[in-house]
Design a protein around this ligand. Structure first.
Ligand SMILES: [Zn+2]
Length: 398
């Protein structure tokens, strides 16, 4: 079920979602909105409010949410795509489409490191990054937005390489530490070059993930000063708590928690971020595909884990997977507000959850049931094939 990006309606579109039972904004400042209707025209949100107060005339698509909740599309801040909807890591096809069924509408590459025979020479690694950026812009499985083309830095690189990558459309660095550069001073110099040309950076934090990667400790993380502290809870092997605390307190960069990491360390990091009043720095990823496989429900599982065991209201936990990531990654999705892209997940309490409503069920550690996903104002999936079935399911009126 993979589609190229250009498919979809060619004329003007107007999407109306009515009868929303709960509207989660993705914005930490105000996680719950008092509204039951969203209007989106030509892929952007144009109105949010009560049905009687907004202009729903001329809808080309009308969805009745049937009292279910609407959230922004979930963002996975840490994936390792290779080519199209195939990953050689566990020889799987259609893993991105499966993530869409877990509510993920945007993915950010932390490096195309599983590419068989990945080139490590400068010309080769630049070519691979530019190819990945191009191919994932042109090919979006299920409509999922994949920000890819994330080169992994090597010692032979010079400033001109970063300038050239940026001019070619590369906007991300792969995890520092997955290539030859594992020392603080070199990483800092190259991350600085990347930043100068508008390229965002992240770093592999903790012990080696698979044979061939290495340890990156707090001193290297703090010296490298990447925009995001990639999987601060390890991928899988986490740093000692004392080092995690040092990183949280020693910088103001993003603190990324991943599914394929140490769950106890994720909860520890969350606790420190809360104590510091820095919840806005916490973002979520899966770090899939990985040795642990791919996890289509990984982001939902992180939301549920942090909410239930980390004592975080569910509506706040959803912000870590949406608005926080969008702000940190400068994306125009992730928050339900006028002007942003119309990427939504319609979800409800899973059938037979002990929770009386969606938020309570997540706080009890259950996963929600997804009834529909929307990307760029276009319905992409109806009832999820992967989540537990939702109690109330939205339907397309026209
Ligand atoms: Zn990593």
């Amino acid at each position: 079920m993979a589609h190229d990006a250009p498919s979809g309606p060619t004329g003007p579109t107007k999407l109306v979602i009515r009868n929303i039972g709960l509207l989660l904004s993705g914005d930490l400042e105000k996680p719950i909105l008092d509204a039951d209707t969203i209007v989106a025209e030509n892929s952007r949100i144009t109105a949010i409010g009560r049905l009687k107060d907004v202009d729903t005339e001329g809808a080309t698509t009308l969805i009745d949410a049937n009292g279910a909740a609407v959230t922004p599309g979930l963002i996975d801040s840490h994936v390792h795509p290779v080519a199209g909807d195939w990953t050689p890591r566990q020889s799987q096809l259609n893993w991105i489409d499966s993530f869409l069924h877990g509510g993920v509408t945007t993915m950010i590459s932390a490096g195309e490191v599983h590419y068989p025979g990945r080139p490590r020479d400068v010309v080769g690694l630049k070519a691979l990054a530019i190819t990945a950026q191009r191919t994932f812009t042109n090919f979006r499985p299920g409509g999922v937005k994949i920000h890819a083309g994330a080169p992994v830095i090597e010692h032979e690189m010079v400033e001109e390489d970063f300038k050239e990558l940026a001019a070619a459309g590369v906007k991300l660095l792969g995890e520092v530490g997955l290539g030859g550069v594992k020392d603080g001073p070199t990483a800092r110099k190259m991350v600085g070059w990347a930043r100068k040309y508008g390229i965002q950076s992240t770093i592999h934090t903790g012990g080696p993930s698979i044979p061939g990667s290495g340890l990156i400790d707090k001193d290297v993380v703090l010296e490298a000063d990447t925009d995001v502290v990639g999987h601060i809870n390890g991928g899988h092997t986490a740093l000692p708590d004392s080092q995690i605390r040092c990183i949280c307190e020693g910088c103001k960069r993003g603190l990324e928690l991943v599914h394929n990491g140490n769950e106890r360390s994720a909860l520890y990091t969350l606790r420190i971020a809360k104590e510091m009043g820095d919840l806005n720095r916490v973002i979520l990823g899966t770090d899939a595909p990985a040795g642990s496989g791919v996890q289509p429900l990984g982001i939902l599982r992180m939301v549920s884990l942090l909410s239930s065991l980390g004592d975080l209201p569910a509506e706040v936990a959803f912000c870590l997977a949406t608005g926080n990531t969008a702000r940190m990654r400068a994306l125009d999705c992730g928050i339900i507000e006028v002007g942003r892209t119309a990427d939504f997940v319609i979800m409800d309490t899973a059938q037979h959850s002990a929770g009386r409503n969606l938020l309570e069920s997540v706080q009890l550690g259950d996963l929600p049931g997804i009834g529909m996903t929307v990307i760029d104002g276009i319905v992409r999936t109806e009832r999820s094939r992967n989540t537990p079935p939702a109690t109330r399911v939205p339907f397309i009126v026209k």
